[in-house]
Design a protein around this ligand. Structure first.
Ligand code: ZN
Length: 313
């Protein structure tokens, strides 16, 4: 065991409309917009980060609203993260059912194979989401006047990967990313990353008849795992290379540094540092209020702002 990885860091998805995305994640789900920036690989597209007050690693959902930018609708399938789960207090599920019903958000009740009550629903772009009721999530949530601390989302609970060959994915999670198998249910193996708390869960589900995934609108792009610092990131990068997997160089993502690699079934994994975090360029109380650009994009600010859709929140 390395004991370098702490938990999940964030989940990133390609979505459709920017305003709908903001309304859904901040309005309906009550997450804080902790950063409004642009896609560092395409500055005509926003990059929204949602999370708790500070955007603590493990609470962060990030989206690229690509509507109108020539990206096709994606296909959910094998070799992809097909479900993103958020954690709420188990006693709050009735509150969420009522909130969804009152606001016309379709949902279904489920029992997970691991004993939790679940609400399954979709976001406006078609991403499959779950609220997982947990009695043991100690994380401090972002609260709103109409979503108190006893009801609010604590953060990401976990992700579900649909793959053709689960054993190879599970081996990478356990050998490289400090995972341990917690249990199995049907075709799903639940792995805990450096523990088994909400925010540390990866489920690996056997794909049977599903076609291969195609990245695009309404699909998850990658999941990131949190690591303490850049030195440890280089250490794990070396371990990934020695395993024969191709891994990128370290990339500056402004709020963390990142490396990326594909696990054997093709799902894109990222390892992202905890520091410096979202207060690198904004005070905690102001997070998400202004369009923030990395220093290398500041000279293009006027053109970038002119090319982005106007959003309110
Ligand atoms: Zn990422």
């Amino acid at each position: 065991m390395n004991k370098l990885i702490r938990s999940l860091h964030h989940v990133t998805a390609t979505v459709t409309d920017a305003q709908q995305d903001l309304d859904f994640y901040t309005g309906l789900l009550g997450q804080r917009l902790v950063k409004k920036t642009v896609n560092f690989d395409n500055h005509h597209v926003y990059h929204f980060y949602y999370g708790n007050e500070a955007g603590t690693p493990g609470t962060i959902m990030t989206t690229f609203p690509y509507e109108g930018r020539g990206v096709r609708v994606g296909t959910k399938g094998a070799g992809q993260i097909t479900v993103t789960s958020f954690s709420v207090p188990a006693a709050a599920l009735d509150f969420w059912r009522k909130r969804f019903a009152d606001r016309g958000q379709a949902f279904e009740d489920e029992l997970s194979g691991f004993g939790e009550s679940i609400i399954r629903f979709s976001d406006p772009s078609g991403l499959e989401l779950r609220l997982v009721g947990s009695a043991r999530d100690e994380r401090v949530p972002w609260v709103l006047p109409d979503i108190g601390a006893d009801r609010a989302i604590r953060g990401i609970h976990g992700v579900t990967l649909l793959v053709r060959d689960p054993a190879h994915t599970i081996a990478v999670l356990t050998d490289l990313l400090d995972g341990a198998v917690i249990g199995t249910s049907g075709g799903t193996t639940r792995v805990g990353i450096n523990g088994d708390a909400p925010g540390q869960i990866v489920e690996v589900t056997l794909a049977t008849n599903e076609s291969a995934a195609v990245n695009g609108l309404g699909t998850v792009h990658h999941v990131a795992f949190a690591i303490g610092n850049g030195e440890q990131q280089l250490e794990i990068r070396d371990q990934i290379t020695r395993r024969g997997l191709h891994v990128t160089e370290v990339m500056d993502r402004q709020y963390f540094t990142s490396i990326y690699f594909r696990e054997p079934n093709g799902v894109l994994f990222e390892v992202a540092t905890v520091p410096p975090g979202f207060t690198a360029d904004e005070d905690l109380r102001d997070l998400g209020t202004a369009l923030k650009l990395p220093s290398w994009e500041e000279p293009n600010r006027a053109a970038i702002e002119a090319g982005l859709p106007v959003v309110t929140y």
